[in-house]
Design a binder for this molecule. Structure first.
Ligand SMILES: Cc1ncc(COP(=O)(O)O)c(C=O)c1O
Length: 446
């Protein structure tokens, strides 16, 4: 058998590894993320706000592992805690102190949390929170919002990226392989359309188990009164209100979007930032709802099944404790606001200078750059105005200059990002916009 390189000791070039990846990985990638081959990056390591490619190139990282690295890469306190735990064992399946104490900590921090159930990924958390809602209510339909992303579970795969407004409350399935019968189980409404959301909750109440919402839906903030009205309708109709806080949890505020926006759901899904870069997610919620998962002394047919090999993994729970220790320090969220706010304002200003319609939408700690005139989109269909091809060119120009972002996606800010990082990023953004304009000028008219 031909010798292969051990990770970390590779002498293979970025191009060689990319070529191998394209051959051995399904779709040539780990998931959706793939840049054009000339600019795609095989990462060797991360430190603070930086990633380093196998070819030694340095990048300021605004992807943060798709969000988890809120405290920055290889934070010494996370590394030290995990190293200590590593020497005591990696996974037990049994109860362990880090997991028990982390649950207590989540309950203290998260307004809706009276109990916690561990899972491993955000997709597990949304899938199983919906199961719990069905078990609790005895109803089966769910309502989600157009453009909302709740991971890859079958129930979440409707109306996520339509190219035009859906035929509400029906929406096209996003993925191949999703059972057709689920189309009747998943209702879809436009985000921030308070009237239609409340109308659907009232109309379908006898069949509706849950409303699942990203409180900050990708880059769209909730309109005044929207979350409050959905909350009131869910309470009135006995429908379980679930926040998908996989992105917002411990990021928008210590208590997540529930704290930031002041509306408390019945259940919430947390993951990404809470575990310092390790695969851990939780469903947190009211005790009576969480009780549907309970198994002590109960027959299997009387509970909503939610068990997994790595649930409450001690290594991930230990990393989570270290990350939460760091995030609980005074000034952390002010700093994220300040750094992210400066970057957003600077990017928009660069667009104005260049005569391009650039919007930096969302919140300071997580926002998306979109090329569109509407500066206050409220729904997914508003975002269809975004010039995606310009967004893709812009991202590639940024990556070429050492700023790592994903086309038409989000900028994630970490506590490791500095003012110098922002200064450098804004220089690059200006150059990247200029390069996009020059490229456009060179493109012959169709
Ligand atoms: C809001 C939201 N929910 C759920 C998920 C799914 O999480 P995971 O990728 O850990 O399955 C994601 C992932 O990006 C997300 O952004």
């Amino acid at each position: 058998m031909a010798a292969t390189h051990a990770p970390g000791q590779t002498s293979a070039s970025n191009a060689e590894l990319l070529q191998l990846a394209r051959r051995v990985l399904s779709g040539g990638a780990l998931g959706f993320l793939m840049l054009p081959s000339d600019d795609d990056v095989v990462v060797r390591e991360g430190r603070g706000s930086r990633l380093y490619g196998v070819d030694g190139r340095e990048y300021i990282d605004y992807l943060l592992g798709s969000g988890p690295m809120l405290v920055g890469h290889c934070h010494p306190r996370v590394v030290e805690a995990v190293e200590r735990q590593l020497r005591q064992g990696t996974t037990f399946y049994f109860l362990n102190e880090p997991a028990i104490r982390l649950a207590e900590r989540v309950i203290d921090a998260v307004p809706c949390a009276e109990q916690v159930r561990y899972v491993t990924t955000g997709s597990d958390a949304t899938f199983l929170s919906l199961r719990a809602a069905r078990a609790y209510t005895g109803r089966s339909k769910i309502l989600k919002f157009e453009g909302g992303w709740h991971g890859t579970n079958d129930y979440a795969m409707f109306g996520t990226v339509p190219t035009e407004a859906s035929d509400y409350p029906h929406a096209e399935v996003d993925s191949l392989g999703v059972p057709a019968v689920l189309a009747d189980e998943v209702l879809v409404a436009p985000y921030n359309d308070t009237e239609l959301a409340v109308q659907l909750i009232d109309e379908y109440a006898s069949d509706l188990a849950a409303v699942i919402i990203e409180p900050l839906q990708r880059v769209l903030r909730p309109a005044p009164g929207f979350l409050e009205a959905v909350r009131a309708a869910c309470t009135r109709r006995g429908v379980v209100m679930i926040y998908d806080e996989i992105v917002t949890g411990f990021r928008l505020a210590w208590g997540g979007a529930q704290e930031a926006y002041g509306v408390v759901p019945d259940m919430a899904c947390y993951g990404k930032a809470m575990a310092g870069g390790f695969p851990l997610a939780v469903i947190a919620g009211r005790r009576d709802l969480m009780d549907t998962f309970g198994n002590v002394g109960r027959a299997p047919q009387t509970i909503a099944w939610a068990s997994g090999t790595f649930n409450g993994n001690p290594l991930a729970a230990t990393a989570a404790h270290a990350a939460l220790d760091i995030l609980s320090e005074p000034g952390v969220y002010d700093q994220l606001h300040r750094i992210g706010g400066r970057l957003r304002a600077g990017i928009q200003e660069a667009g104005r200078r260049r005569g391009l319609p650039v919007q930096a939408l969302g919140e300071d700690m997580v926002f998306g750059v979109r090329f569109m005139h509407n500066s206050q989109p409220t729904q997914w269909v508003d975002l269809l105005e975004n010039d995606r091809s310009l967004g893709a060119r812009f991202a590639v120009q940024c990556v070429k200059r050492g700023i790592l972002i994903v086309p038409n996606e989000k900028f994630y800010i970490s506590i490791a990002h500095t003012d110098e990082d922002v200064d450098r990023t804004l220089e690059v953004v200006d150059d990247a916009l200029a390069a996009c304009q020059a490229g456009a000028a060179e493109t012959p008219a169709a």
